[in-house]
Design a protein around this ligand. Structure first.
Ligand code: KIV
Length: 288
């Protein structure tokens, strides 16, 4: 097992080797992703929507993110583990941003943080980096600013918008981020950004020219019935499989088929007879 590092990701980009990322929010999925060789695991603030049942990512707190990052950390030995800074954990002051990024590292065991935004975040990115914390950028359709975009809409469709995104990406690279997520931008724009930068780009809904791809695990596993955007590919549909298992369990409990002797424990030889005698004696004494 060779631990994935930031320099190794840069090397992969130079060699043209594609990089596979996924989100994870707990120990079991972190474990499985690490076992099969996912290179970067992001504890995304999508946690709010796919695990905690929130309408969007805005209510997710630092405490929630730290708990889930710590759970994933326990399982992950090889992949690079990144914590996603939730809404208002880095937008108010740089002091807040450094302290919260530090919590991901010290309490969550992350190896870096991700935050949303372009030119407007450069000062914050530099401050976090000065504290010794690696930063991943995230531009395009940044969900924490969805209200500003008028909803979940593809960004960078016009030349003017695309140029702005390219400038954001370049400014982030110059500030020292080690990679950038490109979310929901046209593939041509993602290609220009990927070819312009020396650091890797990771696409989600941004086409195949990016250096790597990231998706939310609940989407690829068919565990998010409410949400299926065009860019998601469902690699397996676990919902009917899991529902089927639950239904079989209910039926077995109701019929008395579960548990059977395979799933039950037995007393030591002769102890059951002893117990029955003790219960009988006690009953008789109570009647007297
Ligand atoms: O929160 C998240 O999971 C993300 C990725 C989808 C990029 O930001």
């Amino acid at each position: 097992m060779v631990k994935v590092t930031i320099p190794q990701l840069l090397e992969m980009k130079q060699k043209g080797e594609k990089i596979a990322l996924l989100t994870a929010y707990d120990y079991p999925f972190g474990f499985l992703e690490d076992e099969v060789g996912i290179e970067v695991i992001l504890v995304g603030d999508s946690l709010g929507m796919v695990v905690l049942g929130y309408e969007n990512t805005l209510p997710v707190t630092m405490d929630e993110m730290v708990i889930h990052t710590r759970a994933v950390r326990k399982a992950v030995k090889r992949a690079l583990l990144i914590g996603d800074m939730p809404f208002l954990s880095y937008q108010v002051t740089t002091e807040d941003a450094i302290r919260n990024a530090g919590r991901f590292m010290a309490e969550g065991g992350a190896e870096g943080v991700k935050l949303e935004g372009g030119k407007e975040r450069i000062e914050t990115v530099r401050a976090i980096l000065r504290a010794g914390i690696p930063v991943m950028g995230h531009i395009g359709l940044t969900p924490q600013s969805a209200a500003r975009f008028g909803g979940f809409k593809v960004q960078g469709k016009s030349a003017k918008e695309a140029k702005n995104l390219i400038e954001d990406a370049k400014a982030l690279e110059d500030s020292g981020v080690f990679s950038i997520i490109l979310e929901c931008i046209p593939k041509e724009v993602a290609q220009v950004i990927t070819e312009t930068l020396n650091i890797p780009t990771f696409g989600i809904g941004s086409g195949s020219f990016c250096d790597g791809q990231i998706l939310v695990i609940h989407d690829i596993l068919g565990l998010n019935e409410k949400f299926s955007p065009k860019f998601v590919k469902q690699f397996v549909n676990l919902t009917p499989i899991i529902k089927g298992a639950f239904e079989n369990y209910i039926a077995a409990v109701k019929k008395g088929d579960f548990p059977n002797s395979d799933h039950s424990f037995k007393m030591k030889e002769g102890e059951f007879q002893k117990l029955k005698r003790m219960v009988r004696t006690e009953k008789k004494q109570r009647k007297k």
